[in-house]
Design a binder for this molecule. Sequence first.
Ligand code: RIB
Length: 298
Amino acid sequence: MRIVNFGSCNIDYVYSLHHIVVPGETETTENLEIFPGGKGLNQSIATARAGATAIHVGCIGNDGQLLIDTLKDSNVNTSYIRTVDGKSGHAIIQLASDGENSIFLYPGSNHKFTKEYIDKVMAELSTEDIIVLQNEINHIDYIVDKAYCKQMQIVLNPSPFNETISRIDLHKITHLILNEIEAKGFTGCNDVEESLEYFRKWYPELKIMLTLGGEGCVYMDDKQRIYHPIHKVSVVDTTAAGDTFTGYFVAGISERKEITDILEMASVAAGISVSRKGAAPSIPYKQEVLSVLEESRK
Ligand code: RIB
């Protein structure tokens, strides 16, 4: 099974500072670093580094060679990537000394998907391929409709959560990978159990992968509900932790692994990414994840 990620590619400008600025405040930053990132790119890289076959479908601008090179270096298939006029997407990231971040995005080329481009790629995909989507590109509702008509499995990470997400019919989604804030956006519930009950009632076939920050994560389908703890590390930079989890989770699904094994691998991979700076550069390869797992079992 191939994993086809229709997703964003961003150049991340990471400003290290003591704390995230509040309205009206000015703070001088300690450092500026530039990394490849974007939720789509990070997820494709995590998928490939987890050992699965990853294809990235995305639009980059004239300044985006770094993004293509980064994907290729991790063995992601880039043959469907289009270069369009104008700038690539970029993210301005404030990275606080406790590892927390705050991000704003300029979508740039990520919002230059056309229906013709999507149709052309879709025509070359097979029903066996798994589609992965986040909410940093345009036309995600169109991609969902096309993939659903082709009876493909669709994995949706509704991040960042905004009104675009409400245009998607969740009955068409196979796996929904989300955090507590996004779950509240769908269900209106503050409580995790209540959110899960809401999904169970209104979308009985939807498989839910809910990440719970420091509390770990919970997976739910029509037969089971499995909680899994986080892999504890010293926090350096939380950017791309969710994307790393998603990439490893999808890789596990494509290999038809047991859910408990998938959660174990994805949690360790996300933990390792948090212990390092940057988005894409922080994502570990499968061998490293396996070594850490082996060590933790001793
Ligand atoms: O999830 C992390 C990513 O979000 C960053 O790489 C940044 O580009 C934003 O898209």
